[in-house]
Design a protein. Structure first.
Length: 95
């Protein structure tokens, strides 16, 4: 199977863009965590059943938006920042 150079260039450009977006998102999550940790002493998070939402379905674009929401990444960053600053964080039960 022959794949053109343009195809490889496009894939590489797309991968770089995704990496930049991932880094930007991670930076925003940490900055948000710092602001919340400075303002509040306790963090309570409710765990959303996003996989259930995705499996139950609906439109394809909604599924992709839920995959892209990266709620677990936000939760992990917030819990880490709160733990690093000596604050407490609780994860709630799944909805």
């Amino acid at each position: 199977m022959f794949l053109s150079k343009n195809w490889f260039k496009t894939r590489k450009r797309l991968a770089k863009g995704c990496e930049r977006l991932k880094g930007f998102r991670c930076g925003l999550f940490f900055k948000l965590g710092v602001l919340l940790a400075e303002g509040y002493g306790l963090l309570i998070l409710e765990d959303l059943d996003t996989m259930g939402f995705i499996e139950r379905g609906g439109a394809r674009s909604r599924k992709l938006q839920l995959y892209d929401a990266s709620l677990s990444g936000l939760r992990g960053c917030l819990e880490w920042v709160f733990g690093k600053r000596g604050k407490t964080g609780f994860g709630g039960a799944s909805l």
